[in-house]
Design a protein around this ligand. Structure first.
Ligand code: ATP
Ligand code: MG
Length: 584
């Protein structure tokens, strides 16, 4: 029932767990983890004057994914919990990979997740002038120099993990010459890649990040916000710490891979005498059966393996949203996984469990038939229609009931009939009786077959008029209850049945050479023409339902129209997570 111990906090994975260990659990809405521990200490010592100010700093070079959601929930969640602030800041320092479309999608996604930054929407590119001034300041102080080495040569001079680097011949250039060259770099006198500005730190440092890292490169490229104003662009490591400093961030929360960069950020801010936030690193989220790097997700999009960034199979926020996930389910997932300092991979079944749990409470039930089989009730009057009362949500009586039309010719699920069923099969078979949900009991008297293929194309049944609503006056037991639709009233709809995008749990770790594309699941999308009950006419894009006995479905926000409904299966009813949980 319990997840692994995580930095002093035990993560409650199973909501309804009992037992004495629950007594020591913090209430789920007041998470405590090592990051909050640091913040608590800083608040006690008055380190930032009692301020808590975080930020979410995406690079607009792709759509956000569920891993980003973890970071968003953490940063905005902490700000909310402590009555502090959180900024949304675009780290747009790389003009060649960034686009306005990504900026818009990110703004949209963070807002959809339920977070708000008031008027604190910032762009690193707004600080380019200040960053440039800071670079001049370092150069003037003899702590930065212009290097004429090519990128390749800089890399070669860098040394190895075991051996020191080599100093560049330009390293001891006089300050005035550096200032002059840097100014001319900015003025556009030099070609791309011909010079860089580097920090003068220590070519023998055991931390490679401190071996005179590049601060500026020459790049004659159009920037999505600053146009052609700049032809020198700051490197990430130079820019990132400055952005946090400029905004007065107190706690710069980032993922573990930046731990080794922290000494460099510290060095820059100390050398400048600038305001200094506290950086805290945590483990990034990895999820089974998917990839979680923007580079790989972009590849899936560009190579047409998915229909776009918002393909419902993608682990992007836009994809999950289109698939039918709610903001609450994603936030609840992020709460449950907690925050740790060691890398791990979370089972995607936990994410699926979160949405199932929520939709079970909130989604209205309807009937839909994915693979229809005609069922004719021989003794039901032709031309007659009855309105059956159906419960909208057994979990919530307040959601009321609705009418579902019933008539002589029905569709049932093909899987609900077996000509030669095993003993455990409680549905329809020749001579067997089942309950039609909210309607009558029917007995199968004949299965009509296609003469050529032998496939069953129609069932002939009789019904017992005494069993309206599903009860038997004589008390006879009928085990199976199946769903159905009146053929004359049913609406045709397209359903998209999604499965995992990859066939292996760790597609990122596929053998060399093969690449993650070799383990794509060819059956990750199955499209079918289905039928749904007439109450769904005009269902709004994004609306979510439980198709009884089948799963949760959501009206597709891009392709569904009043004329032709399109449903995405969010998740089947079968709960793999519940099974895993039982084994825990
Ligand atoms: P990717 O590796 O997917 O391209 P990134 O780190 O390059 O991600 P950014 O736009 O820089 O993407 O990320 C913005 C913020 O989100 C950063 O603070 C980063 O640490 C955080 N983040 C990115 N991926 C994850 C993840 N898988 N889990 C938790 N946080 C993440
Ligand atoms: Mg990044």
């Amino acid at each position: 029932m319990w997840g692994p111990a995580i930095e002093g906090r035990r993560v409650l994975i199973h909501g309804s767990g009992g037992g004495p260990s629950d007594m020591t659990t913090p209430a789920p809405d007041v998470p405590t983890d090592f990051i909050r521990g640091i913040i608590n200490r800083d608040l006690e010592s008055g380190r930032f004057g009692g301020r808590v100010h975080t930020r979410f700093p995406p690079e607009p070079n792709g759509y956000l994914h569920i891993g980003h959601a973890k970071s968003i929930c953490l940063n905005f969640g902490i700000a909310a919990q402590y009555g502090g602030l959180s900024n949304l800041r675009f780290d747009d320092t790389n003009p060649t990979k960034e686009e306005e479309e990504y900026v818009q999608s990110i703004i949209d996604n963070v807002r959809w997740l339920g977070f708000d930054w008031d008027d604190r929407l910032y762009f690193a590119s707004d600080y380019f002038e200040q960053m440039y001034d800071y670079a001049v300041q370092l150069t003037r102080a003899g702590k930065a120099y212009v290097d004429d080495l090519s990128a390749d040569e800089v890399r070669k001079h860098r040394g190895t993990l075991t051996g020191p680097g080599t100093e560049s011949p330009c390293r001891n250039r006089p300050v005035e010459e550096n200032l002059d060259l840097f100014e001319r770099m900015r003025a556009g006198e030099f070609e791309d890649g011909s010079r860089v500005l580097r920090a003068k730190i220590d070519m023998a440092s055991p931390n490679l990040n401190l071996r005179d890292p590049v601060m500026y490169r020459i790049l004659h490229a159009e920037h999505h916000r600053t146009g052609d104003k700049w032809c020198v662009y700051p490197m990430y490591d130079w820019a990132h710490g400055l952005e946090d400093s400029i905004e007065g961030i107190t706690h710069s929360i980032c993922t573990l891979e930046f731990e080794d960069h922290r000494p460099l950020y510290d060095w820059f801010l100390e050398a400048l005498g600038a305001y200094h936030p506290q950086q805290i690193e945590f483990a990034r989220l990895n999820l089974t059966y998917t990839v979680m790097s923007k580079r790989k997700l972009l590849q899936l999009v560009e190579r047409g393996h998915v229909s776009g960034w918002d393909d419902p199979r993608m682990p992007t926020i836009s994809g999950l949203r289109r698939r039918g996930y709610t903001p609450e389910s994603i936030r609840s997932f992020c709460d449950r996984i907690g925050v740790a300092k060691t890398d791990s991979t979370v089972d995607v079944a936990l994410l699926e469990h979160c949405i199932r749990e929520e939709l079970n409470k909130s989604a209205p039930r309807v009937m839909g038939v994915l693979r229809p089989l005609r069922l004719v009730i021989d003794n039901y009057p032709e031309g007659q229609t009855e309105e059956m009362d159906a419960v909208n949500n057994p979990e919530d009586p307040g959601m009321g009931t609705r009418k579902v039309p019933f008539s002589r010719v029905l569709y049932i699920e093909r899987d609900d009939f077996r000509e030669d069923p095993p003993k455990e099969f409680h549905r329809l078979a020749p001579g067997r009786e089942v309950r039609l949900r909210y309607a009558y009991l029917v007995t199968c008297v004949d299965a009509v077959k296609d003469e050529r293929t032998g496939e069953v194309v129609e069932l002939r049944c009789t019904y017992d008029p005494q069993t309206r609503g599903g009860s038997t006056p004589d008390g006879r037991k009928v085990k199976g209850t199946i769903h159905w639709l009146s053929a004359a009233h049913a609406l045709e709809a397209e359903v998209r049945l999604y499965d995992r995008l990859f066939t292996v749990a760790n597609p990122g770790e596929v053998v060399e050479g093969a690449g993650f594309e070799s383990v794509l699941n060819p059956g990750s999308l199955e499209t079918a023409t289905a039928y749904v009950e007439p109450s769904l006419a005009g269902a709004a894009p994004g609306a979510r339902y439980q198709f009884e006995r089948l799963g949760y479905f959501c009206v597709d926000s891009a392709d569904s129209t009043a004329e032709r409904l399109v449903f995405n299966r969010t998740i089947a009813l079968r709960d793999t997570w519940a099974k895993i949980e039982k084994r825990l």
